[in-house]
Write a protein that binds this ligand. Structure first.
Ligand code: 8YV
Length: 322
């Protein structure tokens, strides 16, 4: 089993206990496509943590692979149709990272609403020297409208937190209407333009697909409230970064909380990092010890099942089973 980045020991222990041999890439840099091919040409299974492209060319060059397990819920780096053609099941890690990722969205919403990261930087710079009742003001979240783009389990969890904490009204836009969101959370389904126009906080929880790529662009930001906060914990390519910067500079929206950027890592000179109403984190959505352990275990369970020829506990392409 080839593992593309260092993962929690719990996952590796499970693979070893099942009798598999593992090779783990430990360098702190991305494998090049050629290196990935070289390490997988004889491998029976790939455990992929990170954003390496798993495309048709790679699959052709790794003929022994019987299963691929992602240490992630998102699978935008995988050509799923090509994997299915090769008869390779793709596993991912849904469910176990839902709470941690919703927490990160909630954290970014709250931190942005109170300019927390910027004010922290001001203290470090020695700029906390005077109190004024009109300085350092943020935005209250009580009773505001939360818009969710992508009402899957993470979006629902974010909505649940925001309702419980702030009594927020929830509106959402999704590929299809969701019964749980409507019955349990009282969420209202709206079209995309209404979502933009009515949200005080707009939190993105959709996968990256050709339909969602660049969805939050100048035209979208222009429809939002000047007091709105944009939160993205999904994938950086769902928003257009220069359009986001222009919208913040032009006052079309008030603030942004980002756990994902394009590219990653974000360049330290990025103007977003200087803006008072912007909070950026280095893609830590699922980064708690407990969650990462659970992801590693589920990824290992997917590999073990795949190598036995059994159905993966969490499979992205069930059509591979015919
Ligand atoms: C992963 C993620 O940590 O699950 C996802 O889709 O973005 C993160 O939780 C990341 O893909 C690295 O494994």
């Amino acid at each position: 089993v080839f593992i593309t980045r260092v993962i929690p020991q719990a996952g590796k222990d499970l693979l070893l206990a099942a009798g598999h041999t593992i090779e783990e890439w430990t360098e702190k840099r991305n494998l090049t496509p050629a290196e990935l091919v070289a390490h997988c040409s004889d491998a029976d299974a790939l455990l992929s943590a990170g954003s390496n492209k798993i495309d048709a060319a790679f699959l052709d060059a790794a003929p022994h692979l019987k299963v691929i397990a992602l240490h992630a819920v998102g699978y935008d780096n995988v050509d799923v149709a090509a994997a299915t053609r090769h008869g390779i099941p793709i596993g991912n890690t849904p469910g176990v990272l839902t709470n941690a990722t919703a927490d990160t969205a909630f954290l970014l919403m709250l931190a942005t609403s109170r300019k927390a990261f910027y004010l922290h930087k001001r203290i470090i710079r020695g700029e906390w020297n005077f109190f004024e009742p009109t300085a350092n003001l943020g935005i209250s979240l009580d009773g505001k409208t939360l818009g969710i783009f992508g009402m899957g389990s993470i979006g629902q969890n974010m909505a649940r937190r925001c309702k419980a904490a702030y009594g927020m009204q929830v509106i959402y836009h999704n590929r299809r209407r969701d019964d749980t969101a409507e019955k349990e959370l009282g969420a209202t389904y709206v079209d995309f333009n209404t979502l933009l126009q009515q949200s005080d906080v707009l939190s993105v929880h959709a996968p990256l697909t050709p339909e969602t790529q660049g969805k939050f662009n100048a035209a979208a930001f222009a429809q939002m409230k000047p007091s709105a906060i944009f939160v993205n914990t999904a994938r950086g390519s769902l928003h257009n970064e220069s359009d986001l910067i222009a919208a913040l500079e032009g006052g079309q929206i008030w603030g942004a909380g980002l756990d994902v950027t394009n590219p990653e890592p974000m360049h330290p000179d990025n103007v977003l990092l200087q803006m008072p109403n912007v909070c950026v984190l280095p893609h830590i959505g699922s980064a708690t010890q407990e969650t990462r352990d659970a992801m590693a275990v589920l990824a290992a369970q997917n590999i073990i099942a795949g190598l036995k020829g059994e159905r993966l506990p969490a499979v992205v392409n069930p059509e591979v089973y015919g």
